[in-house]
Write a protein that binds this ligand. Structure first.
Ligand code: GLC
Length: 432
């Protein structure tokens, strides 16, 4: 197995569980056209305020959310406690710009953490280090007010270190008042050598922030977006975003713990008029592909302003759950297959080192024979995962005189003509 870089936080559950739910929720659910709407449309605070004043998710039922996630086979969740617009979803004592002062008026985070824990799921907090609302946050090129005519003048009276103190204070609240938190997902740094253009470790006081995070919550896993990639302790796992990697993610040539975060339709926050939704089949394949490279999938839902997962999201989660119910064994506890077991054509392989079983995910159903090069003499028994029906095996290649015998150490699986009723059928191989 690859020599994976050790983490400071506890990643043992993380690399076992493999599949989590990301939730992007905030007052941007009301404009319903991207969580960056304030920045994209350069909406002034006074105008953006209407979403704060109308935020009232009366149908919010975190138990229903947790049940939908558990039904999809997800084992942890990560919620945006604050996104870049600065709106806080918990009862923070450090700003009035939080849910307590909206018409809803109740802490959203506490019941959510409880509901997901009750489903045996781990708890993760996403926290934006960027803040387009805080009065001390220096207006840079990414800020919603970047083209404000008084930008330079406004910045004169701003003190980024006061913002950093606020940021640290809020993280302290979240890590001391909400029970066990398993993951902290900070977002994001964009250092730029030109003063006032970007933001990096000095702007967040990243070193101290990570130290405090780990002190307050020993074992917590911390992601990689605090501009501390060159340190040993500053991050635990890499987070490729909306990107499917070709191979196991590495840093300085060494495989690392990693998780790709992905959306259903492109935006993270609820986007009413977005029509680029991925199908259940694509999503299942994303999960398989990720685990076959030793990674995790964090799949996002953007709940509505009424507090619900919309029908399109529920449909995708249910579809994934249908597959996971019978195929979770090829995902949980699984990782990339050993190098001496090559991936067959049109397939993805995963492997469970505990049980010594390999899983052949068949992306394109072949006509009867599926040759597995390198598997000759390696397999005791084979079955389809969806119904535990035996798959016959022939040692060697089935060639009928048309192709020459090869020395590829082939084992041939003999599959039914008809593709089983599963978006991606899986053959479970009990290895010797
Ligand atoms: C990004 C985006 C964002 C989203 C996120 C998820 O950096 O700014 O809107 O929250 O990453 O990974």
């Amino acid at each position: 197995m690859p020599d994976v870089r050790p983490t400071v936080g506890d990643s043992s559950w993380f690399v076992h569980d493999r599949f989590g739910l990301f939730i992007h929720w905030g007052i941007y659910a009301l404009p319903a056209r991207h969580e960056w709407v304030k920045q994209y449309e350069q909406i002034p605070d006074g105008v953006y305020q209407k979403y704060f004043e109308h935020f009232d998710p009366d149908l919010y039922d975190p138990n229903a959310w947790a049940a939908a996630a558990a039904g999809a086979g997800m084992k942890y969740f990560v919620i945006t406690t604050k996104h870049h617009d600065g709106f806080c979803l918990w009862d923070t004592k450090l700003t009035d710009y939080c849910v307590m002062n909206t018409p809803y008026g109740k802490d959203l985070i506490r019941p959510m953490a409880e509901a997901f824990r009750a489903q045996d799921m781990k708890v993760g907090f996403y926290h934006s280090v960027i803040d387009w609302h805080h009065p001390e946050f220096i207006i840079d090129d990414l800020h919603a007010m970047r083209n404000h005519p008084e930008r330079a003048k406004l910045n004169e009276s701003r003190d980024q270190s006061k913002y950093a103190a606020y940021l640290h204070g809020q993280v302290r609240e979240l890590l001391t008042g909400y029970g066990k938190v398993d993951v902290l997902f900070y977002d994001f740094s964009y250092p730029n050598p030109e003063p006032g253009r970007g933001k990096g470790r000095d702007d967040w006081q990243s070193e101290a922030l990570v130290r405090m995070t780990r002190e307050l919550m020993p074992g917590i896993l911390v992601n990689d977006r605090l501009d501390l990639m060159d340190t040993d302790h500053g991050w635990d796992y890499r987070t490729p975003e909306q990107f499917m990697t070709r191979d196991w993610v590495t840093v300085d040539g060494r495989p690392v713990v990693w998780e790709t975060c992905q959306t259903f339709s492109g935006s993270w926050g609820y986007y009413r008029d977005e029509y680029t939704w991925k199908s259940v089949e694509q999503l299942v394949k994303m999960l398989i592909d990720t685990v076959s490279k030793g990674g995790n999938l964090l799949l996002n839902v953007g709940p509505t302003g009424r507090g619900e997962f919309d029908g399109r999201a529920l449909d995708r989660l249910a579809g994934m759950g249908e597959w996971m119910k019978r195929h979770g064994r090829s995902i949980y506890g699984c990782t990339q297959a050993p190098a001496d077991l090559p991936t067959p054509a049109d397939c993805r392989l995963t492997y469970n080192p505990e049980t010594n079983r390999a899983y052949v995910h068949i992306l394109s159903w072949p006509i009867v024979n599926l040759p597995l090069d390198g598997f000759a003499g390696r397999v005791k028994y084979a079955q389809l995962l969806n119904d535990a029906s035996e798959v016959k095996m022939v040692e060697g290649a089935v060639h009928h005189g048309y192709t020459a015998e090869s020395d590829r150490k082939t084992l041939t699986l003999q599959l039914p003509v008809r593709k089983p009723d599963a978006v991606v059928p899986v053959v479970e191989l009990f290895l010797k």
